[in-house]
Design a protein around this ligand. Sequence first.
Ligand SMILES: CC(C)(COP(=O)(O)OP(=O)(O)OC[C@H]1O[C@@H](n2cnc3c(N)ncnc32)[C@H](O)[C@@H]1OP(=O)(O)O)[C@@H](O)C(=O)NCCC(=O)NCCS
Length: 178
Amino acid sequence: MDMHDIRPGVNAPVLTLAQASDADIPLIMEIERSPGYPALVGSYYADEHYRRMAAPTCTYLLARSNGEPVGFAVIRRDDDGMGTAQLHRIAVSPPGQGHGAAFLREICRWVFEEHDIDRLWLDLLASNTRAAHLYQALGFVEEGILRASLRTAEGRHDLVLMSLLREDWRFRKVKLRP
Ligand SMILES: CC(C)(COP(=O)(O)OP(=O)(O)OC[C@H]1O[C@@H](n2cnc3c(N)ncnc32)[C@H](O)[C@@H]1OP(=O)(O)O)[C@@H](O)C(=O)NCCC(=O)NCCS
């Protein structure tokens, strides 16, 4: 189990990062089904989470603040040996309290300081301006549009492709340290 303390400020709550287990799946499902979230982050049934959690390329991470779970993320390592990974999913609840920034910062540490991953990429809906703001603040760079990549009941949607490289992270983390 990987675990770190994040102490963004003197009065800020302590956020811990841990690898999630099967027992956390109901909680993960609850977070991804928070009001307004399914359209932004997607949601799976339990069986799909169990299957993905068991995959060697997938890591589920859980964030806790003062012991209470506040978010989860899924990192999916690309299986082509190129040292790249996708931030496949991230969600925190409640939003807007700084948990997302602290969680993402610690995810980046986990990816670049503990794993042989040089590029962390993600995609998001252009309408998800809150997430885009967060990614940009951490140094993610927009690379282009993945046309018609997402299929929903409403039709197909473009996705914005973003990435953070190990060099970007080294440069940015100096500014991010409390
Ligand atoms: C995206 C998410 C992880 C961000 O976490 P969070 O805890 O809500 O974010 P924080 O409170 O750490 O920071 C939010 C930042 O976005 C800004 N923000 C809030 N709403 C915004 C909006 N509509 N547009 C642009 N910026 C916005 C805030 O001002 C804050 O910026 P600041 O730190 O510079 O002041 C969280 O909101 C979430 O889980 N959303 C639903 C799922 C989701 O969209 N996941 C990402 C899929 S790609």
